[in-house]
Design a binder for this molecule. Structure first.
Ligand SMILES: Cc1cc2nc3c(=O)[nH]c(=O)nc-3n(C[C@H](O)[C@H](O)[C@H](O)COP(=O)(O)OP(=O)(O)OC[C@H]3O[C@@H](n4cnc5c(N)ncnc54)[C@H](O)[C@@H]3O)c2cc1C
Length: 607
């Protein structure tokens, strides 16, 4: 295809909707359901068939204080989430999410989601990392589970409900860029149809990003290949800052060498981590919660064991997840996928032998900044949280921020549902109160996207997109890991920035229109690059240890006067905002006032 002429441009398809949602995962489909139920005209764009979104891979469960198996209430869930996030989470949002949780889970149950059951018919719940009762006293079963296929059950339930309500899906339509007019208002997105190469304009009164995580900026990841941070890239290119991107979660139990996840539900069911001496070493690091301490804590402990020479295998570079004592019957009933993954990816029968595991990148705590209605907020005229008209973000691509510096397992599926519904409700009200006319599109509506596409179409030489993507991943893996040093991060900034000419010089050899996946991959690299820059620049600037951001240079003992355990609340209890232009950083306060209860005062984090 040659570059588009003016005539071609006039043929470009423009479709309009009350709301356009980019992303058909758990968050996108919960929001679209709310909108379709309200009778709005809603489109969902998705790179893959909706039920193949990464939410389908969620295994362990969705958190809610139902108290079906032990005493529990939302106050405990609220406390655990604030503490788990190392006091970086916004407490109004955390309160909203943990209070809504039981209602949201029952709603899923009533939609037909096939949860596992207790003998009395109530929803089965298993313990999960960092979830406790009575403010940290003991682990509590809070993860509502459908075996170890909870995300699968959730996503299929939502898809069926959306079909019933008439949501329009645009499958394999890849959103390219946000449309923002000169007032900064968002009027929709541009997108390309993978099947035909057609470019389209999706005009909307409300545009909602639900594009999921960007775990593919790392070389070893539990994430799907499609998790390239497109929503974050689109936001960054449109001048919207990304929040708290230095905080990336390593899941303790990725299969060593393969990256595939083994759910924390294994440890919830009673599995333990062992070092080469067979010692269940978490007892030393977290005497109360042991293997069920939060993920940042367990990942660091595993790394420490490996560093101190107690790792397993010929190179001593992994530890073992032992569930042999659980018995075959329980494993096959509660963890059937784990059994399969053990066989296929580690060649281990986990009913008889432990599985080799290492901490593996899993989840981004940061994202596009929002309030509890899912509205995107940015600093303006001295105000930290001013709404960007027309734009919403939910799910893993957003930062509301309920997970702070470290997410507790099961709280992501929960945030998808809670904020998916909340955003749906807010959009419904806004659209109903707005004029029936669409705001005119700016004349430059396609400029950015066509510029990107045409550059690739016209390229005659340069690098293969995958080689450039691999180079980004290699830097991130080395320079933004479980343990960071200031020198490593500073060097990482230099190395990532040095990749810019290579990102700009990608060559697309295949110029065909029909199902050209190479073109999509090349476009994705630009998004990976934005996310990688945001991560490494934000990380190098944060001079403390908090949650998943552990910098060896700032590791201080628990009795240090201002930086107990390396955390510096006085200077650093604040959110990072990274802007793509000039890699500029700004900071804004954490919202420390919950809606109806007392805040949780910061204290050292022990488990
Ligand atoms: C292996 C694994 C297991 C997990 N287990 C749990 C668990 O047990 N409990 C828990 O709480 N959390 C779990 N998590 C985390 C949780 O599953 C995710 O954070 C969550 O599912 C993300 O949902 P989402 O709706 O934000 O995005 P996703 O489900 O990732 O969906 C993103 C959607 O955006 C679309 N999209 C992206 N870019 C574009 C574009 N440019 N154009 C069009 N469409 C686009 C994709 O096609 C997709 O439909 C797990 C994560 C992983 C990786």
């Amino acid at each position: 295809m040659a570059a588009l002429s003016k005539d071609d441009m006039s043929n470009i398809k423009t479709l309009n909707f009350d709301a356009v949602i980019v992303g058909g995962g758990g968050s996108g489909m919960r929001a679209s359901l709310q909108l379709a139920r309200a009778g709005l005209k809603v489109a969902v764009l998705t790179k893959v068939f909706p039920t193949r979104s990464h939410t389908v891979a969620a295994q362990g469960g969705i958190g809610a204080s139902l108290g079906n198996m032990d005493e529990d209430n939302w106050h405990y869930h609220f406390y655990d989430t604030v503490k788990g996030g190392d006091w970086l989470g916004d407490e109004d949002a955390i309160e909203f999410m943990t209070r809504e949780a039981p209602k949201m889970v029952y709603e899923l149950e009533h939609m037909g989601m096939p949860f596992d059951r207790n003998a009395d018919g109530t929803i089965y719940q298993r313990p999960f990392g960092g979830h406790s009762s009575n403010y940290g006293e003991k682990a509590v079963p809070r993860a509502c589970a459908a075996a170890d296929r909870t995300g699968h059950a959730l996503l299929h339930t939502l898809y069926q409900k959306n079909l019933e309500m008439g949501t329009q899906f645009f499958v394999e339509w890849i959103a390219l860029d946000l449309i923002r007019d000169d007032d900064g208002e968002v009027l929709g997105v541009t997108a390309i149809d993978q099947e035909t190469g057609t470019v389209g304009v999706f005009q909307a009164k409300a545009t909602l990003f639900a594009t999921g995580g960007a775990g593919r900026i790392y070389a070893a990841s539990t994430n799907a290949y499609i998790n390239t941070g497109d929503g974050l890239g689109m936001a960054a290119r449109a001048g919207i800052p990304l929040q708290d991107m230095e905080f990336w979660q390593f899941h303790p139990t990725g299969v060593a060498g393969a990256g595939v996840l083994l759910t924390e539900g294994c440890r919830g069911e009673g599995a333990v981590l062992r070092n080469k001496n067979g010692e269940p070493f978490m007892e030393r690091y977290a005497p109360t919660l042991k293997d069920l301490a939060p993920r940042d804590f367990v990942s660091r402990s595993m790394d420490q064991e490996i560093k101190e020479g107690r790792g397993c295998g010929p190179r001593g570079d992994y530890v073992l997840l032992d569930m042999t004592h659980l018995g075959k019957e329980r494993i096959m009933k509660r963890l059937p996928s784990v059994f399969e993954i053990g066989k296929k990816f580690a060649n281990v029968d986990c009913t008889k032998e432990p599985i080799p595991v290492v901490p593996t990148i899993h989840y981004q705590m940061g994202g596009i900044p929002t309030n509890i209605h899912g509205q995107v907020v940015v600093p303006k005229d001295g105000e930290p949280n001013v709404v960007v008209k027309g734009l919403y973000a939910i799910g893993e691509c957003s930062c509301v921020s309920v997970h702070g510096a470290n997410r507790l397992g099961t709280n992501s599926l929960l945030d998808l549902i809670v904020f998916g519904k909340a955003a749906g409700d807010h959009i419904t009200e806004t659209v109903r109160n707005s004029s029936s006319d669409y705001k005119p599109l700016p004349s430059h509506v396609l400029q950015r996207s066509m510029g990107r596409i045409n550059k690739l179409q016209e390229s005659t030489q340069g690098e293969n997109a995958q080689d450039v993507a691999d180079a980004i991943r290699a830097v991130m893996q080395t320079h933004a890991g479980v343990f960071r040093t200031q020198a490593l991060m500073d060097e990482g900034v230099q190395q990532i920035m040095a990749l810019e000419p290579r990102v700009k010089n990608i060559h697309l050899a295949d110029k065909s229109q029909v199902f050209n996946t190479a073109r999509i991959e090349a476009l994705e690299v630009e998004n990976l690059f934005e996310v990688a820059k945001a991560t490494i620049v934000s990380a190098a600037a944060r001079k403390e240890c908090r949650g998943a951001h552990t910098v060896v240079d700032y590791e201080y003992p628990a009795d240090h006067p201002t930086m107990a355990n390396g955390r510096n609340d006085e200077e650093w209890r604040k959110h990072t905002l990274w802007y793509s232009v000039d890699n500029r950083l700004e900071y804004k306060p954490v919202r420390t006032k919950p809606l109806t209860v007392d805040p949780v005062p910061p204290k050292p984090r022990t488990f």
